[in-house]
Structures are given as C-alpha cells and as structure tokens.
Write a protein that binds this ligand. Structure first.
Ligand code: PAF
Length: 286
C-alpha cells in the first residue's frame, strides 16, 4: 500500500491505472478510521480493481467554532486499517496542497443543503461538495462509496454528480453500528464513558420511532414529540435537530405515507453525533 501526498503524483497514478483499464474505487474519509470505514473499502473493492482511500481533514467543511483542531488524526492507525482490507493507495494531502494561497473556487448544491445539517452548519455542504469534486478530479474514480449515516451528504453528493454530469457512480453503504446500537463514528472516541452511555438514547429513540410506525402511528408530530422528549431526557444531551423529511426532496413530512427520513443531530458535551433511519409502514430495522 502506497501513501501519496501530492496531487500530481495521485493523478499520474490514476492515469496509469486508467491506461491499464483498471476500475478505480474511491472512499473519501476524514481519517481516524473505524470498522465502519473498512466496510466502505470492502464495498469499493467489490466494484473496482484498485481502491484509493483519501484521508483529509477538510477545513472548509468545518464551520466556525467547530472541532477542526480537535478532530482526531492518526495516519499510522489509518494505514494499518486500510492495509487490513487491501486498500491500494492512501491519498493524504496537506491542507496547503488542496487549498494553496489564492484558492477561490467552490461547488455548491443549493436546495437540499438548506435544512438539517445545512441549517445548523452553514457552509458545511459547500465545503463537502468542493472537496469531493477535487477528490474526483485527482483520483479519477469510476465509483465512490459513501456511508448512509451522513444521509444528507450522500443525497447532496448524488445531486451534484447528476447536476454536473460527473462520470462517477456513487454507491452507498448502510450505517455500521456497534453491538449496542451506537452508529460508528470517529467522533465516538471523543465521548467520555458517561457520554457514551447517554449516546445510546439516539439509536434507542430511532428504534422506538420504528416501533410506533409498525404499530400504526402515522402522525409526524406524534413521532417527533416522542423521539425529541426521549433524547432530550438524556443528561447533557442537546438536540440540534430531530426531523422527519422526504428522503429525496428533503421537504418536511407531516404523515408517514411513503418512506420518511428520521434524521437527528445531537450534541453530547462537546461532541456532535448524527444518526438516522428511514421510516416506512413496512419497517426496516436500524
Ligand atoms: O463524510 C466524510 O467523512 C467527509 O464529509 C468527506 C466525504 C470525506 C468529505 O471531506
């Protein structure tokens, strides 16, 4: 496994693979990998001959006052986990390589970025779509894999690829959970043991919502009231949002008639966690 830091070197490697008619798979990450990321690499491997994982803590998607500086980083750890699942190249550029002096170009999806994380983290998705576009131009992948925990991000990337006619197939992977139900996230390592315990309320409340729907409840208000009060009852839990939205248009949903995205972002102490499930009359388990 090679680690490449330079954009030119990565592009040359991608060109060489393409000349050999190899299919390139990309898994973009912020690093500090966990078993959930490894599932994304394994999924990429099924659809590609070579797998590139990018490790880049992208400053432009962190809004002011967020944890950019605190975000955990450990390239040796990431290389070990990447190696375990047969990653061919880690692309790990420095910030100055991606955003040199004078940088002034951004990519923005304008509508489905407005609610949920877009509302609570203004500018976040512009940072994501900009860096993902750059990664696509650098790694030149045929396919790229994104996790469904960042449901809105996945939809935004898909929208961008469609709108800008990018020649990349976007694949998604279901949320990977710890055995007790907590969605895997690099940010889980920032939780104290007590916060980690409280964080279980997130998945439990999603399951409760699924049980309500399975039991015939269709009113969004009733479901949201129950989920919000369950989560807010946790010690130190501050809700950024808990909302029911159409999973494609991201419009608010008043009744569960088709699939409805139940998405939440919760701050526990200094750590912000997100999770979601798609509710429908025929229930999917989280
Ligand atoms: O989901 C993430 O880890 C990041 O938002 C991504 C897609 C790697 C872009 O920096």
């Amino acid at each position: 496994m090679r680690i490449i830091e330079s954009i030119t070197e990565m592009q040359q490697q991608a060109d060489a693979w393409r000349r050999e008619e190899k299919r390139i798979g990309l898994v973009p990450t912020l690093g500090y990998l966990h078993a959930g990321h490894q599932k994304l690499m394994e999924a990429a491997r099924k659809h590609a001959d070579v797998v590139v994982m990018s490790v880049f803590v992208n400053p432009t998607q962190f809004v002011q006052g967020e944890d950019f500086e605190l975000y955990p980083r450990d390239l040796d750890h990431d290389a070990r986990l990447g190696n375990e699942v047969g990653v061919d190249v880690i692309f790990a550029p420095q910030v100055a390589e991606m955003y040199p002096d004078g940088y002034q170009t951004h990519v923005e999806v304008t509508r489905i970025t407005l609610p949920l994380c877009g509302r609570h983290r203004p500018g976040h998705f512009r940072g994501v779509t900009t860096v993902v576009t750059k990664l696509f131009n650098i790694v030149k992948p045929h396919i790229a894999v994104f996790g469904e925990k960042d449901f809105q991000q996945l939809a935004v990337v898909r929208r961008m690829v469609r709108d800008l006619s990018m020649d990349v197939k976007i694949l998604s992977h279901p949320i990977v959970r710890e055995t007790d139900g907590l969605a895997m996230s690099s940010r889980n390592t920032l939780l104290t043991p007590e916060e980690r315990e409280q964080a279980l309320l997130i998945n439990r409340s999603l399951r409760e919502a699924q049980a309500l729907v399975a039991g015939g409840v269709r009113s969004a208000e009733e479901i949201l009231d129950r989920v919000r009060s369950r989560v807010s009852a946790g010690k130190g839990m501050n809700v950024d949002y808990i909302e029911l939205r159409d999973p494609e248009s991201f419009e608010e949903v008043a009744r569960i008639s088709g699939p409805a995205l139940l998405a939440m972002a919760v701050r526990i102490g200094k750590t912000r966690l997100i999770d979601n499930c798609v509710l429908q009359a025929a229930v999917e388990s989280p």
